[in-house]
Design a protein around this ligand. Sequence first.
Ligand code: NAP
Length: 453
Amino acid sequence: MSHQAFAELTGPAAATFDEVLRRNPGEPEFHQAAHEVLESLGAVLARRPELADAALLERLVEPERQLMFRVPWTDDSGRVRVNRGFRVEFNGALGPYKGGLRFHPSVNLSVVKFLGFEQIFKNALTGLGIGGGKGGSDFDPKGRSDAEVMRFCQSFMTELYRHLGEHTDVPAGDIGVGGREIGYLFGQYRRITNRYEAGVLTGKGLGWGGSQVRTEATGYGCVYFLAEMLRVRGDDLMDRKAVVSGSGNVSVFAIEKARELGARVVAASDSAGYIVDDKGIDLNLLKEIKLDRRGRIAEYADRVPHARYVDGGSVWEVPCDVALPCATQNELDGAAAAHLVKHGLMAVAEGANMPCTPEAVHVFQAAGVPFAPGKAANAGGVATSALEMAQNAARTSWSFADTDARLGAIMRDIHATCLATAAEHDREGDYVLGANVAGFLRVAEAMTAFGVV
Ligand code: NAP
């Protein structure tokens, strides 16, 4: 994305953004994420000039630490492979750096920085003590054997471990990193350090320090947020037609919760295409194909005669009442948004990080469709990771019902915070502004208290 594509900023936000562009060339995703936040902060800085004077914005857009490292490993045929590893420790004002690891061929410094930047505000919004960070690798786990994934994870952790710690930096999963990978990473960390430091990674298995609800948390939390957006407008999910993009961790549990609350989820996707099942997706079958067997979503239509598979294309061609983009960044553009709005869309909640382009967000907001940005709507995952850390620290574990109740309360709280903050800034119902400003203020107060560090 070029500089020209961005809406004009004014005052300190404009100067900061110029510096972001100058200092971080060739990082379009990071530019996009930084621009969105800076656009929201103009109103705050007008009221709180002391924050601009203390160079809070300039400090916020510069990561505290950026790590890049070589990850050599051997494949099953004995060939040596080399990937690149990343960890960006963006902001630790509120607690240990916290954010997932992504293993996908598209991962580069720009992607990791956009995700790490978003994570600062998301983590602040949860109200818990966690800073923002993110990491990953351009390693592609697709088609790799368990032994190859294990050797990769061991090599990755052999460098990363020295930067981690339960009070320093606590990674979790993201695209391509689930329970299997967290197990291999934790195993190698324990072996190298000779410490059973459960709080150093989250998303662990239930038998070895994991938390109930962590697997479900991002998807469930996103639907809790969506339900709350509808509730304050006197509506609910009963009999609503929903479309969820992706069919990974976030998508599957968003589908599960949306169905529980009465919605009919008619379409889902993967990186190859999408399926439509007008009777409502058979979730057990989807879980078997995508989560258990790591297969392709096309198989769903082979097994369900009334369903259809569309190779390529975009799942956002399917009209719906509520849209839950849960796959990846920039998957839903302005044209797709206009198509959905034209067909009666009621609300959007982002399960993925930045799945809607700025043009798409503009279309939703201009049409008065409530839009929940990922940093608010998908914060349930990291919030439950922080609950996992709390249980690890206390050497205890809570029940599913208890943890789920806490997740629900956190999501309702974030929703209320976004709404109240938007209203205070005369932007009633603007969840983007509410999330950015509320997250920013919490981080800014801590940074101010710490002085220039
Ligand atoms: P995941 O389990 O690996 O699933 C990702 C899904 O998205 C898969 O269905 C994948 O299709 C699809 N996908 C990935 N890249 C794609 C691309 N370039 N184009 C089209 N489809 C693509 O990952 P996840 O944990 O669910 O994460 C999904 C999103 O949620 C990401 O944006 C992530 O940052 C965000 N998120 C995750 C969490 C969490 O707790 N996991 C928390 C907050 C936010 P294939 O099966 O074909 O690869």
